[in-house]
Ligand binder design. Sequence first.
Ligand code: AMP
Length: 193
Amino acid sequence: MLNIVLFGPPGAGKGTQAAKLLDRYQLVHLSTGDILRSELAAKSQLGLEAKRYMDKGELVPDEVVIKMIEGKIDGNAGAKGFIFDGFPRTTAQAAALDKMLEKKNAPITMMLALEVEKEELIKRLLLRGKDSGRTDDQDQSIIENRIKVYNSETAPVQGFYEAQNKYKGVHGMGSIEEIFKRLCTAIDSRKKM
Ligand code: AMP
């Protein structure tokens, strides 16, 4: 299996690149943000509980997202691999993911991290807020909080994968195609190892 964690701050381009990667490598895309938004649209209890955190740009509690992702992994038993997008966002989530995949004998292949400057992130998120209608992308203070939460709670996840020699940083500025090529090169050279 090819199991990729696509990493990077909000606005780094994870969703855009994940869509291209799953097409190229025939993977299943698991975006916790997308799953939570669809739960919210369906007005499920999970969605309504998550909304309280999402509206403020805070993280939904670990046990909620871990259970949710476990259900999705189990529900895609025949998958060739997964792209995890927006997950894991804490080291506790990363450890839980390792445990789940251990049971399947299909560990994380690598973490690909999109590196983008903060000014560019804010610019991209405000633009996305206009186009997509995502309310958490329309308010500069919520955006700033998400970046702050990323730096304090999510950035340490890098070290978790570095310790396993699975971390690969990729320059996330430039055209969508240029960035996609960099990601594919990183994946293909990892697959040869
Ligand atoms: P995203 O679409 O990845 O930017 O996620 C939108 C929001 O969903 C985040 O600001 C969090 O409130 C919540 N969320 C998404 N993924 C996670 C996760 N792995 N852990 C905790 N909260 C999450």
